[in-house]
Design a binder for this molecule. Structure first.
Ligand code: IMP
Ligand code: MG
Length: 175
């Protein structure tokens, strides 16, 4: 596997879209206080930029789920880090890197369902609808992509390439 030479989504395109999402979230949540729950580790870079584009008061929490080993699914989802503050009465917005099969996200959102949160929404940078096995609705989507394995801007291949400012495709080198 190797990195695509040209990015699938360039850094400036990502930054412009993140600003749009921030503006949309600011409008939608006007007059309310938000609790942003970042899904680690992939959502970290996206959330860092998105938070700075949101203009409503918010608090920040993390959640961590492990479901991937390399580029293939392990078939189960394990929650490892949970929010510290109670979700009761909060307007919760989950921020994730990518919606693929939907399994991880569905498991994460399930944990919030019985928390007494005032509302629960989902914001993903990337949506790969061709892979969906578990139905999940994303309220905010940065970009919808075809069936590629992508890295960069928080997304990894075996913990590599998260630091790239753009989104690249991992290609089979023998292709
Ligand atoms: P899902 O449960 O299949 O939707 O997968 C969710 C998680 O799998 C994401 O949060 C990512 O960490 C990982 N993942 C899925 N597709 C990709 C990809 O194309 N590149 C990197 N990570 C991915
Ligand atoms: Mg990952």
């Amino acid at each position: 596997m190797r990195l695509s030479e040209h990015p699938l989504i360039g850094a400036e395109t990502i930054q412009a879209r993140v600003r749009e999402l921030g503006a949309q979230i600011t409008t939608d949540y006007a007059g309310r206080e938000l609790m942003v729950i970042v899904v680690l580790k992939g959502g970290l870079l996206f959330a860092a930029d998105l938070l700075r584009a949101i203009r409503v008061p918010l608090s920040l929490e993390y959640i961590r789920a492990k479901s991937y080993d390399g580029d293939h699914s392990q078939g189960h989802v394990e929650l490892r880090v949970l929010p510290e503050q109670p979700l009761r009465g909060k307007h919760v917005l989950f921020v994730e890197d990518i919606l693929d099969t939907g399994r991880t996200t569905a498991a994460i959102m399930d944990t919030a369902k019985d928390s007494g949160a005032a509302s629960i929404q989902l914001c993903v940078l990337l949506d790969k609808p061709s892979h969906r096995t578990t139905p999940v609705h994303a309220d905010y989507v940065g970009f919808t992509i075809d069936d590629h394995f992508v890295v960069g801007y928080g997304l990894d291949f075996d913990e590599h390439h998260r630091e790239l400012p753009a989104i690249h495709v991992m290609e089979n080198s023998f292709k």
